[in-house]
Design a protein around this ligand. Structure first.
Ligand SMILES: *Cc1c(COP(=O)(O)O)cnc(C)c1O
Length: 449
């Protein structure tokens, strides 16, 4: 067992070891790389510094480690039940991030983001949330540091997952269904798209607008950005030590993919062995077939939000006004991928695979019945791909070590399981013409060659 004292004291920044560094974010007007000063009206200064740094190791402040201790180190579990159910020669391990008080990995970045805002004198925080996981994490993290929080929650999730809203309110946050009528952009979007289900991109626009309007307010983002990946590397750094104790080393690591934070979190510390030590290891990102930015998107500069308030980010994207279907893995309904992972995918260090919604729930139920944990709809994507890999090992008669990240539990998502069990869950596949149309709209944003 990894003791508290073995909990990592630094986060790992893969940018230091990347051969091709991620391209810089650009100012949408000038198309020049954004500066620290451009970003500090939106984000805490230290978070912007972390966003841009090429230092390899970043110290985790003691105040952050003290709160990590509530639930870290998280368990690394050998999924013997699942192995048996699949009758596979593969060894399957998972890192159980569902044990955090909010039920997902999101707290790993919420705590440091609240902390750095606090010590810089920020009073109010805004953020968006899809499924409600990030909003819940930010709600308790802000409460720990005495900050108040406004959360813009994607409308479809607000309606599908009322208990998440209650969780956030219990921790003391204010929650709005997005698009809302409390921001200018929210009102415009409600007029333009009456009855819209909302999207992460829209909710981000609303939360950023609030931060820009007030000097004591900053915005926080739960995925996509480099500093979020950085905080999440605590997952992989712990897993690295825990696996060492078992004597196994992973052949393949799998995580589900929304903007890339839990995927980056578990894989990047292991990628360092490949980049600096020549280890052979496969990293697979599992995404929904209904929002396939990695498998069917294009590598372009695009906005992080719908309205175009953010800098232009280099990413695999479906276009910032792509409206994903209302699948139950709300945390995976995002149009783009973080720039670190996008560059790594482009350079062939990372693979991606898409999964149909019904296949993810089938995998989730097998996992629940064999391991006893009901996984979050997002996490079931990773499980589905882990199962594919384990079955392939069986076919090939190979022993293989598989590690996947269990990004969260699904106990507040039982409505989605109900739907699956009653045969009412649909699959959504995106026509190529839809993707082509939203990509075409961003061609004009590209910097001159
Ligand atoms: C938010 C979330 C995700 C997706 O976000 P990433 O930044 O890609 O990790 C996955 N699983 C759970 C449980 C989440 O809450």
């Amino acid at each position: 067992m990894l003791s508290e004292d073995d909990m990592p004291k630094q986060w790992y920044n893969v940018v230091a070891d990347m051969v091709n560094k991620p391209l810089p974010p650009l100012h949408p007007k000038t198309k020049k790389p954004v500066t620290l000063e451009d970003m500090t009206p939106i984000f805490a200064r230290e978070l912007v510094r972390q966003e841009m740094t090429t230092e390899r190791w970043i110290d985790i402040p003691d105040e952050v480690r003290n709160l990590y201790r509530i639930y870290r180190p998280t368990p690394l579990v050998r999924a013997s039940g699942l192995e048996k159910a699949l009758d596979t020669p593969a060894k399957i391990y998972f890192k159980n991030e569902s044990v955090s008080p909010v039920g997902s990995h999101k707290l790993n970045s919420a705590i440091p983001q609240a902390y750095f805002n606090k010590i810089e004198g920020v009073k109010h925080i805004t953020t968006e949330t899809g499924a409600g996981q990030w909003g819940s994490a930010m709600s308790i993290a802000c409460k720990h540091f005495g900050l108040d929080l406004k959360v813009y929650m994607v409308r479809v999730s607000y309606e599908q997952k009322p208990y998440r809203k209650s969780v956030m309110q219990t921790y003391g946050a204010q929650v709005f269904a997005s698009p809302s009528d409390t921001t200018e952009i929210g009102r415009i979007m409600r007029q333009q798209f009456p009855g819209t289900a909302g999207s992460l991109g829209m909710a981000i626009s609303e939360a950023v607008e609030e931060a820009l309007k007030d000097d004591d307010t900053r915005y926080t983002l739960g995925s996509v950005l480099n500093h979020v990946m950085l905080h999440q590397t605590i997952i992989g750094l712990e897993a690295e030590k825990q696996l060492e104790m078992t004597g196994d080393y992973p052949d393949v690591i799998i995580a589900c993919f929304g903007g890339g934070s839990n995927f980056g979190g578990i894989t990047l510390p292991f990628l360092r062995h490949k980049l600096t030590g020549g280890k052979d290891i496969r990293l697979i990102a599992a995404e929904p077939a209904s929002c396939p930015k990695l498998t069917r998107g294009e590598f372009r500069y695009d906005f992080g939000d719908t309205e175009g308030y953010t800098p232009l980010l280099p990413m695999y994207t479906l276009g910032h006004d792509f409206e994903p279907a209302s699948i139950h893995a709300g945390g995976l309904r995002y149009h783009g991928a973080g720039s670190i992972v996008s560059q790594l995918l482009k350079d062939g260090y990372v693979e991606a695979r898409d999964v149909l919604q019904t296949d993810t729930f089938k995998a989730g139920i097998l996992f629940a019945q064999s391991e006893g944990i009901i996984p979050a709809p997002e996490s079931t994507h990773a499980i589905a791909v882990a199962i594919q890999e384990a079955l392939k090992a069986k076919e090939e008669g190979k022993e293989k070590v598989i590690l996947f990240n269990l990004s969260g539990h699904g106990l507040i998502d039982m409505m989605a399981y109900d739907k699956y069990l009653s045969g009412n869950l649909e699959n959504y596949e995106v026509p190529q013409s839809t993707i082509a149309k939203s990509i075409e709209k961003i061609e004009g944003l590209q910097p001159e060659k």
